[in-house]
Design a protein around this ligand. Structure first.
Ligand code: ZN
Length: 407
């Protein structure tokens, strides 16, 4: 596939995935188009040699795999891990806040977004809702308003003396987006959700909305910028870029060994959840692939996991914030992330494994180690390595503006 086609596919992958729920749906579509079969966790699994499968948990985490031609424990499995969630603003369950004619929505901050970047953007709302049907059954549906229906306006420069200095932002009072102006406001948010579901999914019988997982997102489409279009800009590059790379390579893979992709939710908030990397989702799938304990442990000891997540490229305007020898450059190859305190899972052996793979594929590779006087981020790598006892390394693509609304 050409670089141009991959870029185009990635940009539509990003646009189709405003939240982790839509991201999993987008991956499901790609896998379905490539003859993968969905497995339900509650069913009994009958797996075929050479078969391609996927399993979704909680609508926001997915494990997809191709059973290898050779399932000998000595061959091991090849795994890639990433995360589906991105930092952002989540709408509260009773969000309506009124002042004069304005209707605003209360939000919680999810993870660590750069809050100042959320002001003055044209925002929409997406995620999922759980509702009761006319027959009093429960059902869940994805929802996406698509249009720019919300805005968090900045305060005018004239009304504050220090607007261009870094001032803390109060999440309770300064972030609720305005979504409507109406006299004698009666609009309730759940009513709006019901209307939206009716518009885009007219076949659903929605009685009452009983639960929501909804996020604000920027409607501006991702784009290529730079005189030669050399940079991709958009929301959620961290970490949908790695999800996209993972699912594309799984679809293409023709390995003798079993190949697995895991994309967890909730990495941005520490991974402790039933869809997160600190939970048992991946382990439970692996145990069902290899029910024989002896075989399972032999297999894990011969396997390797690549934890893929974006890293920080050295920023020309803030170059002193990088270690001189370990500041990666955008578009100059994937980075191996190393941290002595195991914030990244790479060690000399797993790092060398990746360097060797890159040399064989004639792909340049870079190193990232944080400045020794700065705290280091982390990934699903160390958590998955701890849970499974599997050799792991952390790699990723270098980017600017991590956790901005437009990275
Ligand atoms: Zn990330």
């Amino acid at each position: 596939m050409t670089k141009k086609q991959i870029t185009k596919d990635f940009i539509s992958f990003l646009s189709d995935s405003p939240t982790q729920f839509q991201a999993v749906e987008t991956m499901r579509r790609i896998l379905d188009n490539n003859n993968f079969t969905q497995l339900e966790e509650q069913d009994s699994w009958k797996l075929k040699k050479n078969g391609s499968y996927y399993c979704i948990r909680g609508g926001s985490a997915i494990v997809a795999f191709k059973m290898g031609k050779n399932s000998q424990p000595s061959i091991g499995i090849r795994m890639v891990g990433a995360h589906t969630d991105s930092p952002g603003l989540k709408i509260k369950s009773k969000p309506e806040t009124r002042f004069k004619d304005y209707l605003s929505l209360g939000v919680e901050v999810y993870g660590s977004p750069i809050l100042s970047t959320w002001f003055d953007r044209d925002l929409s709302i997406a995620g999922r809702v759980t509702y009761s049907t006319s027959r009093k059954k429960l059902a869940t549906a994805l929802i996406d308003f698509r249009d720019p229906i919300a805005k968090i306006p900045n305060l005018a420069i004239h009304l504050t003396q220090n607007r261009n200095e870094k001032v803390p932002i109060n999440a309770q009072t300064e972030l609720p987006p305005i979504i409507l102006q109406e006299k004698k406001g009666k609009t309730d948010f759940k009513g709006l959700l019901k209307k939206q579901l009716k518009k885009f999914s007219p076949k659903l019988s929605v009685n009452e909305i009983l639960g929501t997982d909804l996020w604000l997102y920027d409607v501006q489409k991702p784009a290529q910028v730079g005189l030669n279009g050399e940079f991709i800009t958009g929301a959620r590059l961290d970490n949908l870029l790695s999800c996209f790379a993972g699912v594309s390579s799984l679809v293409e893979s023709k390995n003798k060994s079993t190949a697995i992709l895991v994309c967890n939710d909730n990495e941005e908030v520490g991974s402790n959840s039933f869809t997160g990397a600190a939970g048992p989702f991946l382990a439970s799938v692996l145990e069902r692939l290899y029910p024989d304990k002896e075989e399972y442990h032999r297999l894990i000891s011969n396997s390797i996991l690549i934890s893929a997540d974006n890293g920080h490229g050295i920023h020309p305007n803030y170059r002193s914030l990088h270690d001189d020898n370990h500041g990666p450059i955008l578009n100059q190859g994937p980075i191996i992330k190393i941290n002595a305190n195991q914030r990244y899972a790479t060690n000399s052996e797993t790092g060398a494994f990746f360097r060797n793979v890159c040399q064989q594929a004639k792909v340049p590779v870079q190193d990232f180690i944080n400045r020794s006087d700065l705290a280091c981020g982390t990934t699903i790598g160390p958590l998955t390595a701890t849970a499974l006892g599997i050799k792991t390394l952390d790699i990723g693509v270098a980017q600017f503006a991590m956790h901005s609304i437009r990275e």
